[in-house]
Design a protein around this ligand. Structure first.
Ligand SMILES: CSCCC(=O)/C(O)=C/O
Ligand SMILES: [Fe+2]
Length: 179
């Protein structure tokens, strides 16, 4: 299951948990109010898992690949990690399923504060188009993740500020409607 909390402002290593003190946990319901959804699945059997097949079918996640983020396996590892950790948005939903290892997705809350989402083996997360976010490995320095997409994938990150994209304005409208 994913765990989430508000982050501190420290400039320490991005791979550390950065829990605000005193701790301020963020519930799955609070994440859902931001349009962030999560599932816990059987990562050991992802190839035959009916629960994953159902999620893919219901959401039309027709495309998938698997990315191994480790210094020995990912070409241009350092450069890619920098890109992942720049605050950005996408014009489509971002869907990631952790098959091995772990990492953090950070998303902006309604008040602009960073919320850190800890992703472990078996966690699948969907980030809505237009949400500002970033990703980092944690101190284990390894993640193997399935990337899912509706149709042909587009990976382009739009670094902040990217407020004029329709995906952003629509996302902000969706927050207001659900408030
Ligand atoms: C765990 S997959 C790597 C992160 C990524 O693909 C992305 O787009 C982060 O925003
Ligand atoms: Fe992203």
């Amino acid at each position: 299951m994913v765990w989430a909390w508000y982050m501190d402002d420290s400039c320490e290593d991005q791979r550390k948990p950065h829990r605000l003190q005193p701790e301020q946990p963020v519930t799955l319901e609070q994440l859902r109010a931001l349009g962030v959804h999560s599932y816990t699945l059987d990562a050991d059997n992802y190839e035959t898992d009916p629960a994953l097949a159902k999620i893919r079918k219901e959401n039309n996640y027709t495309w998938m690949d698997i990315i191994n983020i480790h210094k020995d396996t990912l070409p241009n590892y350092e450069e890619k990690l920098k890109i992942f950790y720049e605050e950005h948005l996408h014009l489509d939903d971002e869907i990631r399923y952790i098959l091995e290892g772990s990492g953090y997705f950070d998303v902006r809350g309604k008040d602009e504060r960073w919320i850190r989402i800890s992703m472990q083996k078996g966690d699948l997360i969907t980030l809505p188009a237009g949400i500002y976010h970033r990703f980092t490995l944690d101190e284990n320095n390894y993640v193997k993740a399935m990337r899912l997409f509706v149709g042909k994938p587009v990976w382009t990150p739009y670094n902040r500020p990217a407020d004029n994209y329709e995906a952003r304005t629509k996302y902000l409208q969706s927050l207001e409607q659900n408030a």
